[in-house]
Design a protein around this ligand. Structure first.
Ligand code: ATR
Length: 493
């Protein structure tokens, strides 16, 4: 399985050793980035492996490869040579690996390394995509003996990440490290053991030292959220796709439940601007199922070969599962919404209830279809009237422009008011989608936003005495249902 390597980018050896101690239980090896050390510390480098008490990679990264070394190539060679020299009889006191870029050719360093058992990691970095012939470029890194090939690329899109997975399949049986940098490539770091990489590189997010490389994940998060050490080539992979998806509670909810239910699976984020890119990637990476979020919930319908539940009527799908040939699609947003609403209302249906839905986007579609199924009558308000008409029309519901003129109408539909727009979401927390409406206190109010936990809109409803809830309960309930679809087992409480 892939080992967890902590990248040390401290200015001093003492700073690096403190990090080794802090994270020792979460890591297997360390990489000392000597390019980050201040000049006066460099002479102490030779003793670092003994002090660290873990296998150490020696790396002196150049600026062109994303590092910080700016003192010229000959100083760099001297630095590496001195650190590898004077080998000790106990191999644990020597550097276990040395990272050498593929375009440098210094036989003396390589000879020292080979003679004294320091393995060479032959690396290349690309900050603008994969380039042509990625696989043959990686294969050309293997020169002599037991070298490890390492390629780190900044993907231009998820298609590049797909190609990294494809290349890894061709390299099975050899020692390599393939990774895509940045947020898009984070899955190559978390799934290193599935790719077949020797190591995954991590760095502490709270660390004040220089960043080691874009997209690296915190070692604690890698272990505690993603259970990295439990991931094997057999582990089933699930995840969330959408754009953008920088923050989401779904990995937390799913991975915690996966661990509790003792399932061999992992759930991660797969941000993708295009859904088509994600669908191709999912096949290549062997993804078993995915949560689909904005803006792909509607477009995903065209990829679904088997439909479950009422996704046709809703016109949106948030859950897909891989079939032998194609994808099964279902919608757990709708049931998550109704479970959350009925719970606070202590009811089992919405018969004779009148509801205002603010917004007519993807989330509103699920909510409106579910309200119709449960017997409510709905007024749909939206900034864009055509969208409101489109959604309301499917069920014969009323619709109107989202403006002050509708206050009277809202009163008529005020047993329940559900806010589904993004207005009031962080960072724009002072915005209110319905500022002109004064709550009487009798309305049951739901705002599907959960960051912040209390929007201005929700706070006004609570102040007026309404029964009111934010969107976290809905999110959690839909995730529970999704978990049950994915794994065909009850969600562990
Ligand atoms: P989701 O799937 O989260 O509903 P969406 O499909 O993009 O996302 O829908 C966003 C909703 O928020 C829409 O109803 C949108 O209104 P328009 O259809 O008029 O675009 C609404 N929305 C977003 N920003 C808004 C704003 N500043 N004022 C009013 N409504 C807004």
């Amino acid at each position: 399985m892939a080992k967890i390597c902590l990248c040390l980018t401290g200015k001093t050896i003492a700073e690096d050793l403190a990090l080794v101690e802090k994270y020792r239980q979460y890591i297997d090896i360390v990489e000392i980035r000597a390019d980050c050390l201040i000049n006066s510390e460099v002479d102490e480098l030779r003793d670092f492996p003994e002090q660290a008490g873990l296998p150490v990679i020696l790396t002196v990264r150049r600026m062109i490869d994303g590092g910080y070394f700016n003192r010229g190539e000959s100083s760099r060679i001297v630095l590496i040579s001195k650190a590898l020299a004077f080998p000790k009889a106990d191999y644990r006191k020597n550097f276990t690996y040395v990272d050498i870029e593929d375009d440098i050719d210094i036989p003396s360093i390589e000879e020292v390394a080979r003679t004294f058992g320091t393995r060479i990691i032959r690396s290349f970095h690309s900050f603008n995509g994969l380039g042509e012939n990625f696989l043959s470029r990686v294969e050309s890194l293997y020169r002599v003996g037991d070298e490890i090939a390492k390629a780190a690329i900044m993907p231009a899109g998820i298609e590049d990440v797909r190609k990294v997975f494809a290349a890894a399949k061709k390299l099975q049986g050899r020692d390599f490290i393939l990774l895509a940098m940045g947020d898009l490539g984070q899955c190559t770091r978390i799934l290193a053991s599935k790719l077949g990489s020797c190591f995954t590189y991590t760095s502490p997010v709270s660390h004040e030292a220089k960043s080691a490389a874009p997209g690296q994940i915190d070692p604690v998060m890698l272990n505690e959220l993603y259970h990295f050490r439990d991931i094997t080539p057999k582990t089933a992979v699930y995840g969330l796709t959408g754009w953008p998806i920088k923050t989401s509670s779904s990995p937390q909810i799913h991975n915690t439940a996966i661990k509790k239910a003792r399932i061999d699976a992992v759930y991660l984020r797969f941000p993708s601007e295009t859904l088509d890119g994600f669908m191709k990637f999912a096949v290549e990476a062997g993804i078993s199922g995915a949560s689909v979020t904005v803006p792909h919930k509607e477009t995903v319908l065209s990829y679904i070969t088997e439909k479950s539940g009422n996704i046709e009527l809703i016109g949106a799908c948030n859950t897909i599962m891989r079939l032998k040939d194609g994808w099964l699609g279902t919608n757990t947003d709708a049931l998550g919404f109704s479970a959350s609403l009925l719970n606070i209302m202590k009811r089992t249906d919405l018969k004779r209830r009148k509801m205002t839905v603010v917004g007519a986007g993807g989330a509103a579609r699920s909510i409106i279809a579910e309200a119709a199924r449960l017997g409510a009558k709905v007024l749909v308000l939206n900034r864009n009237l055509r969208r409101a008409k489109d959604v309301a029309g499917r069920f014969g519901f009323e619709y109107a422009q989202l403006d002050e003129a509708q206050n009277k109408r809202i009163r008529k539909y005020s047993d329940i008011i559900v806010q589904t727009t993004s207005v009031g979401m962080e960072p724009d927390i002072d915005a209110d989608p319905l500022p002109h409406y004064k709550f009487s206190g009798k309305e049951v109010v739901m705002d599907i936003i959960y960051k912040p936990s209390k929007t201005k809109f929700l706070a006004r409803a609570l102040d007026a005495g309404c029964t009111a809830i934010n969107g976290y309960d809905m999110l959690f309930r839909q995730a529970k249902l999704q978990f049950e679809c994915f794994f065909n087992t009850p969600f562990p409480e």
